[in-house]
Design a binder for this molecule. Structure first.
Ligand code: FE
Ligand code: FE
Ligand code: ZN
Length: 303
């Protein structure tokens, strides 16, 4: 079955609001941050809202096991230069795991980290140390390391780096991978030859370690190390290559999450107001590219 959704908000109505938003896009899964992605301010989970959310999910056949939580970008396990910050990152991710556990969510996506002013190897070792402190075999939540574009000093932009981390994690059942098609393209992987990548992934890490896939087109050419997402079919990866990933037989029951950019009132508009997901999901389900995507989104939301 196609399990497809997008990034959604998590605000006053918390998980209930997230479910409603996902349903408005005709999605059967979604991904959210438990607060703003850029900061670590987090409000306590409201159990009543969670119960209402679970009820609404059940009514709409949304399976909690397909829901993804994403940790904020600013926690960084790669960098121990400031130990108090590293310890803060560890505590924050531990808390994030227990917030997931409270909600019944089993998958937390994490950017491995950035090796600032240290070598890649040191960065990777710090990530391993951190994860080995964080991961707890009694927890039902898995941390999914995201494949990164390799911007700046980002760790986890190659299979060998990810393999090195995974090989050194003690609680192997609590760790997995989240692919991101934009990041893969920007790191140098040809999505048009995705089978070659999957084969190498399987040899080095094992396809069974993939628990989530972020589906994004890219604004930049292959190996640009940029990480700027583009709407489906409008970037350098292209609609057919993305469809091939989405409908890949070996990745059938893995949740696919869109993180494509919001759309402005005009093509030049910097203010990004309208979520594209309802129409991107429609296009993907129809397996047919719609060159009017942006106008359709604008027409739908303009009033
Ligand atoms: Fe991410
Ligand atoms: Fe992503
Ligand atoms: Zn990205």
């Amino acid at each position: 079955m196609l399990i497809l959704g997008s990034h959604v908000h998590f605000n006053q109505e918390q998980l209930l609001g997230s479910v409603k938003e996902a349903l408005s896009y005709n999605a059967n899964t979604f991904m959210f941050y438990t607060g703003a992605p850029q900061n670590t301010v987090r409000k306590p989970i409201n159990d009543n809202l969670s119960l209402e959310a679970l009820k609404l999910m059940k009514e709409n056949n949304i399976d909690l096991k397909n829901i993804i939580c994403h940790a904020p970008y600013i926690v960084n396990l790669a960098n121990k230069n400031d130990l108090s910050k590293w310890n803060f990152s560890i505590d924050f991710i531990k808390n994030e795991l227990s917030r997931c556990e409270n909600l019944g969510i089993t998958k937390l996506v994490l950017h491995p980290g950035s090796a600032v002013k240290i070598t890649k190897k040191e960065g990777l070792d710090n990530i391993i140390d951190g994860l080995n402190i964080i991961l707890n075999k009694n927890s039902s939540v898995k941390i999914l390391l995201e494949t990164m574009a390799g911007k700046g000093n980002e760790c986890g932009s190659t299979l060998d780096e990810l393999k090195y981390i995974l090989d050194n994690i003690k609680e192997k059942n609590n760790i997995g991978i989240c692919l991101d098609t934009c990041h893969l393209n920007d790191s140098g992987i040809e999505i048009s030859h995705f089978d070659d990548y999957l084969k190498e992934f399987d040899q080095k890490i094992g396809i069974d370690k993939i628990y989530c896939i972020h589906i994004n087109d890219s604004k930049n050419i292959i190996a640009s190390h940029k990480d700027r997402h583009e709407n489906i079919g409008l970037g350098t990866i292209g609609f057919e290559n993305l469809l091939n990933v989405i409908y890949h037989k070996k990745l059938e029951n893995i949740p696919k999450i869109l993180e494509t950019p919001y759309i402005g009132k005009t093509n030049l508009d910097k203010e990004r107001l309208y979520p594209p997901y309802k129409f991107e999901i429609e296009m993907i389900k129809n397996k047919k590219y719609d060159s009017n995507l942006l106008d359709k989104v604008r027409d739908f939301y303009k009033n």
